[in-house]
Design a protein around this ligand. Sequence first.
Ligand code: OOG
Ligand code: NI
Length: 462
Amino acid sequence: MVMVSQGRLRASFARRLSEMYGQEVPAYRTLVEVSREVNDSVLQRAGAGAERLGSIDRVTAERHGAIRVGTPAELQQVARIFGALGMRPVGFYDLREAASSAVPVVSTAFRPVADDELARNPFRVFTSMLTPADPRFFDADLRERLERFLAARQLFPPELLELADRAERERELPQEQAERFLALAVHAFALAEEPIDRAWYDRLERVSAVAADIGGVTSTHINHLTPRVLDIDELYRRMTERGITMIDTIQGPPRWSGPDVLLRQTSFRALAEPRALREPDGGITTGSLRVRFGEVEARGIALTRAGRERYDDLQARADHGGTDGDDHPHSRARSIWEREFPATERDLALGRLGFFTYQPVPDRVRDGRPPATGLADLLDHGWVRAEPIVYEDFLPRSAAGIFQSNLSGQGVKDDSHTAAGYDADWLSGAIGREVLDPFALYETQQQRSLQGAAHALGLPEI
Ligand code: OOG
Ligand code: NI
């Protein structure tokens, strides 16, 4: 019997989802095409250096998706489906507290965590759950109706969930079941055709377009699928040349002369899609909704907690501006970075601001006794080599920006109420699986490599 491993299931799922989304949202096809062109030119320009943060095969296939669900029970089911694909919940993002825009959701990202699985296919899904218990968004009556509506719907057929459990338990599926699982899973994230109750949708939309997108319909859908590109500024230019209007910024760190870190993202708003609406008098009309969009991203080196604090601090200063003489936030950010952010991978590594794996250099190892004086000497004298660890996660502020830039209304949030306390522990409890800490994952990977290098060099520790 031919068996399909979780890694292959994940790669096939990402590929099929991409085919489906390309049929549903034609501008996505353009985005993927332009991303390929840009990656090709970077590869020609930079040669092997272009693959420093992942092989070109990985980057070409790399996607993240985003979905939104309504309840802990739905989130548990999502966790089973992604569990089948070897993906685990990593990171907690509270989009309710974003400064620029408040969205009534808390989120995590499902993704593979082991380096070999990430290298095989790093598919990840940013997954948000509605927060009906937060009184700043929903009054008691709306909360009650919303919870009743959500409890009555079924997003995933039982057959899909049973196959998912089997794949998770056995870490593989026989070919035939794998086929069935993939078909059902991809279908569960397609845009459904059943009519939307217009009055209900509108009522939720007055609170938040995201609340309506989640709780106003009886199904879920993938709302964007994001390819990875090696030069996002170039991509932005080429998309604009093709007549696709991008949002006016690239979110995340500025373009600058030093190493790429964390994550830079930009997006465009998808066209309105026709949807059947059920009017209050029972009649069906065709309306149009703009709920889906296109996004693209460039990934850089993962930062340690200290590095992340430095990053957040520089971003905050770029936002507040003032004294730098240049008023454009992006060029202000850039000049702050050029002055203050570590300019080389070496500085990031030695300042313990970025995460790396450290490999002993074989020829050097045979060559005598290494200095016992620490990482700087070992690096500078060629005993160990530092390879950057790529950032596999998301940024709350960019996520909030991406949500907001693609919404129709601002929505309302009444800050005279106290927030409902959804946090990472609450989310772990709700999913029934531990939400992993991304910093701890990178730290473990780095630490393991340092121990390996120390062992190979005969040093007690590095
Ligand atoms: C998710 C927005 C967040 C990202 O890349 O930061 C996101 C959503 O719109 O549901 O996907
Ligand atoms: Ni996204």
